[in-house]
Design a binder for this molecule. Structure first.
Ligand code: ATP
Ligand code: MG
Length: 408
């Protein structure tokens, strides 16, 4: 017996052409994700059926749960349109699900084949009666049942299911355009990057690496994080721009009073990110800032940093608590990597008393004494670009002290 997976799309409140684009894009991502399986597709205007053709349903659903834009999945069991056979199949499914425990239930039928004489309601009643005759632990409750048996009657047979497994929701990529995301080795920025992907945005990651001032392991962490995030991206591929930041970093440590070092560093990062954004025809910059988490993330700090550029900066975690962020990081598989002990440039040389309420004018005055234009351009031109997939095997830990040395 071949089984089908029913795929429901995400935000179907969309209308008209947008809806068509949504479904078309989602279907492309589904086919891409399952390209290595001999499955067959039946795409409808508001859902898709996948004939799993002997492949493990768990494996397929597990893969589809990494595709933004898909709302939920159900595994459908199939039999002929014969009420005894439908009831028998249903009894098996319900027994497996409940283990014989007292459960409230109802049957709901969707009749796609209108040539069948019975109405949906009548089919539900006929089947429910047969089930209740065999399974005495079931109690009918049509309003708030613990278990709903769904029956879809189609031309080629009856399809039954009980469970609905949730997908990511959101929009399929690249329905919402393109952005760059500032990815440190921390907990927050991978989650912010995931938020962008989930909203259907195609994302390039940017990491500022300050080797040998910072350990090379922190750049490796970023590569490993992108490998995980690539699972959610188009073709399971994600571009990482590794920006050599050590020159600017050093200059800031020499010239800027300690309290403002992080503020200026972050302003420089935004400037470079904005240059890379334009070069790659992206529209926005994502960061993992969360209000109040550290000195550089007070509203005044965020405003002072933001003023360095005019481009759109999106901070999806602005209002999240750390525990919420950590729970998403755990779910998407980045937490363990982020928790490795190596630090990046924002945490290696943290000043003892960073300014809590910096102001833009002071930041501009401090920057005026530094010659940074050429340094910023040099950083962009020396940026290493890597296309990373979950299978990428780049290891920077071959005794090198700097990223460029390790990449040679
Ligand atoms: P994270 O956990 O993402 O590192 P954080 O709470 O440690 O965040 P900060 O270190 O203040 O916060 O950085 C805030 C944001 O700035 C990060 O979420 C990230 O988007 C960006 N950022 C910081 N350092 C870097 C870096 N070395 N490379 C790229 N982006 C960075
Ligand atoms: Mg950090």
């Amino acid at each position: 017996m071949n089984e089908l997976i029913l795929v429901r799309y995400g935000d179907l409140l969309l209308k008209g052409r947008n809806l068509k684009l949504f479904v078309r894009t989602a279907n492309e991502r589904i086919k891409e994700k399952l390209a290595s399986f001999p499955v067959r597709y039946d795409f409808r205007h508001d859902r898709a059926y996948i004939d799993i053709n002997q492949v493990s349903a768990d494996e397929i659903i597990c893969r589809l749960q990494k595709v933004p834009g898909l709302y939920s999945f159900s595994l459908l069991s199939h039999c002929e349109i014969d009420y005894d056979q439908i009831a028998e199949l249903a009894i098996g499914l319900i027994q497996e699900k409940t283990g014989g425990k007292t459960t409230t239930f109802k049957v709901e039928t969707k009749r796609a084949d209108k040539t069948i004489p019975e109405t949906s309601m009548e089919i539900s009643q006929i089947v429910a009666k047969k089930i209740l005759r065999s399974l005495h632990f079931l109690i009918v409750d049509v309003h708030t049942p613990e278990l709903t048996l769904m029956i879809e009657v189609r031309k080629d047979g009856a399809y039954l299911f009980i469970d609905q497994l949730m997908g990511l929701g959101g929009f399929p990529i690249p329905m919402s355009g393109k952005a760059v995301s500032l990815l440190s080795g921390g907990i927050d920025s991978p989650v912010a990057t995931f938020c962008a992907l989930k909203k259907g945005i195609e994302v390039d990651c940017i990491h500022f690496e300050s080797t040998p001032l910072t350990p090379i392991e922190s750049a490796q962490k970023t590569i490993d994080l992108v490998k995980v995030l690539a699972n959610y991206s188009i073709n399971e591929t994600m571009r990482l721009h590794l920006v050599p930041f050590v020159g600017i970093h050093q200059l800031i440590l020499e010239k800027v009073p300690e309290a403002y070092q992080i503020t200026i560093m972050r302003r420089m990062m935004l400037r470079i990110a904005d240059m890379i954004r334009k070069k790659n025809k992206a529209t926005a910059i994502f960061t993992g800032d969360s209000i109040g988490q550290v000195a550089s993330q007070t509203l005044e700090s965020l405003a002072t940093i933001q003023h360095a550029i005019t481009g759109l900066v999106i901070r999806p975690l602005a209002n999240f608590d750390k525990l919420e962020i950590m729970s998403i990081a755990k779910k998407i598989g980045t937490l363990e990597i982020s928790n490795r002990p190596f630090n990046d440039c924002c945490s290696v040389y943290v000043p003892k008393n960073p300014v809590i309420r910096p102001d833009t004018l002071t930041a501009i005055q401090m920057e005026a004494i530094m010659e940074t234009k050429a340094l910023l351009e040099k950083a962009v031109s020396e940026t290493i670009v890597l296309d990373i997939t979950p299978k990428t095997t780049i290891t920077l830990l071959n005794g090198a002290l700097t990223v460029s040395e390790a990449m040679e």
